[in-house]
Design a protein. Structure first.
Length: 609
């Protein structure tokens, strides 16, 4: 059994709550910018919201919640896209001691019904009327007492309620806030449901604060304070575009508020490029698919400009330079070639990210070593980390000065990792959750008496504490020949091919390993144009030249595994897997059971004679 821990650098809070950060910021830096709020103008401008204004707005909404009868311990649903109101409502609920229950705004009626059955709520804040309609249908007779719709002025309605006769005075409002402590429940965060029914994770104020502080202590370069002697240094900033119902975005939001990092919100991935240009963040938070798409977009643009071959050579050089740097020696010829190509690739990617971005925090799934080396080779550190809903965000992360590509880094301060005799990754730290709501038996199964959480992931820890996740215990399958296969390794590497969008590796009880592959629509459209062929997906999936290109990606992936684990046959599907169709979670993770069920015939075709 291998174990590695990192000492804690900041003591655990014995008093206080998450809202203390709002008051501290407004007191210490009253004119500092806390949020960037998109205006209604069409010129891409954003309003600046100071720490003082944010504190006052949260307090006004909290007053309205109390006037509406939302009190300490009450559960309140939040189902909205990532937007600035999300942050205000979250902190307002924490101000009054209520428990937020976040869900994705794409949540279905059935999913809502299951969550409401597991954890009834007294009120709801939703993004639009479509979510409100689904909520009414799901709730039946248990409709929340209040539902505020943000698109219909729900936040203003709460502020107005806070000025009414039932509203508390300033003294009562502050007394309510001060009564909340680190052991009080802050949120009931449901797991994504990729491996079964979603479960509500109970996270306290203290656990969220501990997770945020661990990030600040472990990643000071990202959350640094601005230099007071430098007029041009307006400090760090980020653009949050992942769903705030996801623990990764939520934990980063808490850390940013605590460190006074400016936050902008943008949930529409179709506007992501424009948002990045306008906000110009110093770091971004992403899942691998976003970084893959960013690379593919820049690659496609280079090809459209007639510089596709040059871009490919530049990308290969960046990867080779990064690999050589990791080995400790970069040959002179490679250094020269890297310097020559840097301007082309670096400029394009840095412009796409807004021009100021130097770091990308990546989680949710493995990025793949090739892309990790590519980004580092052009001067952007992709800091892969690992965490679960049960851990209030990250427990391990690569750091700018301590990165090992292909791993999820070392434990953050105060956290520890352990590999069991069976190969399972266990984690421990002050950010680990209290338990599953209403499921004491399941909580006891995953959480040991001394605080170790069974993650269900298979992993390795080297002598320096770097963690490598090799798959999920539930996803590992055994071929007919008795070979254990972790599909994630192959899937990540196949997905790195520019033409590929998604990949599902199969082979449980089968004579060999197979794969289903979907195509990236933008990349395939350009490929078809360059090859002078039809863009019809039904025809493209059997085109010999396209199949040969995808085969090259599969061959590259097979180099990472043994012959018995390699993909022998694959099939390209005419339709990509999407969140809208239920194939992916809102955080773009594959719903394996759904895809397996829907494509049973395609899987069978892989094993026909």
């Amino acid at each position: 059994m291998r174990e590695y821990s990192t000492p804690r650098t900041t003591p655990a809070p014995l008093t206080g709550s998450l809202t203390d950060d709002l008051l501290t910021n407004a007191d210490q830096a009253p004119t500092a910018v806390a949020l960037l709020r998109r205006t209604t103008a069409s010129d891409g401008t954003w309003d600046e919201v100071t720490t003082t204004a944010l504190r006052d707005e949260v307090a006004a909404v909290a007053r309205g919640l109390l006037a509406a009868g939302v009190h300490a311990g009450d559960r309140v649903l939040i189902a909205a896209r990532t937007r600035w109101e999300w942050t205000v409502v979250d902190y307002a609920l924490w101000w009054v001691g209520a428990i937020s229950v976040p869900l994705y705004d794409s949540v279905s009626v059935d999913q809502l019904a299951r969550v409401l059955a597991d954890a009834p709520v007294v009120a709801a804040v939703v993004g639009d009327t479509a979510v409100a309609d689904r909520l009414r249908e799901a709730a039946g007779t248990g409709v929340p007492r209040h539902t505020w719709v943000l698109d219909d002025g729900g936040l203003d309605a709460l502020v107005t309620a806070g000025r009414g006769p039932d509203a508390p005075d300033d003294e009562a409002l502050e007394a309510r806030r001060a009564a909340v402590g680190p052991d009080d429940l802050a949120t009931l965060l449901f797991t994504s449901g990729t491996t079964g029914r979603p479960r509500g994770c109970e996270l306290t104020h203290g656990q969220l604060m501990a997770g945020a502080q661990a990030c600040l202590d472990g990643l000071p370069e990202l959350y640094r304070t601005p230099d007071p002697d430098d007029e041009d240094d307006d400090g760090p900033s980020t653009l949050l575009f992942l769903p705030l119902a996801h623990v990764l975005a939520r934990s980063v939001q808490v850390a940013c508020v605590r460190a006074r990092v400016r936050i902008a919100h943008g949930s529409d991935l179709r506007r992501l490029t424009d948002d990045l240009q306008q906000v110009r963040p110093t770091f971004v938070l992403a899942v691998p698919r976003v970084l893959e798409q960013l690379f593919n977009t820049v690659s496609l643009r280079a090809a459209a400009d007639g510089r596709g071959r040059v871009f490919e050579k530049a990308a290969d050089t960046a990867i080779a330079w990064s690999r050589a740097r990791e080995r400790g020696r970069v040959p002179a010829r490679l250094r020269a070639r890297h310097a020559a190509y840097q301007r082309l690739v670096r400029t394009r990617l840095h412009e796409a990210l807004g021009g100021r971005c130097r770091h990308a925090v990546c989680g949710g799934a493995p990025l793949g070593e090739r892309l990790g080396h590519f980004y580092r080779g052009i001067g952007i550190s992709v800091l892969e980390g690992y965490g679960l809903t049960e851990t209030a965000g990250a427990v391990t992360v690569n750091q700018p000065d301590a990165t090992r590509i292909g791993t999820v880094g070392r434990p953050l301060p105060g956290a520890g990792v352990r590999i069991s005799d069976e190969g399972e990754l266990l984690v421990r730290g002050p950010q680990v959750f209290r338990g599953y709501h209403g499921l004491p038996g399941l909580t006891a199964e995953v959480l040991t008496a001394d605080g170790w959480l069974h993650t269900g992931d298979v992993g390795e820890v080297d002598d320096e504490g770097f963690v490598r996740v090799t798959g999920r215990q539930r996803e590992i399958f055994v071929t007919a020949g008795g070979k254990n296969v972790a599909p994630a390794v192959l899937e990540d590497k196949v997905r790195a091919h520019p033409l590929v969008s998604q990949c599902l590796v199969v082979g449980d009880g089968r004579p060999y390993v197979g794969a289903l592959v979907t195509l990236d629509p933008d990349a395939v459209a350009l490929w078809a144009e360059r090859h002078g062929t039809s863009k019809d997906p039904a025809k493209l999936v059997s085109h010999p030249a396209l199949l040969a290109d995808v085969q090259a990606g599969v061959d590259e992936a097979n180099l990472a595994v043994s012959k018995a684990e390699s993909v022998k046959r694959f099939r390209v599907l005419p339709r990509d897997w999407t969140e809208e169709d239920g194939d992916l979670t809102p955080s773009l993770k594959l719903r394996r059971s759904v895809v397996l069920r829907r494509h049973r015939d395609a899987i069978e075709s892989l094993y026909e004679a």
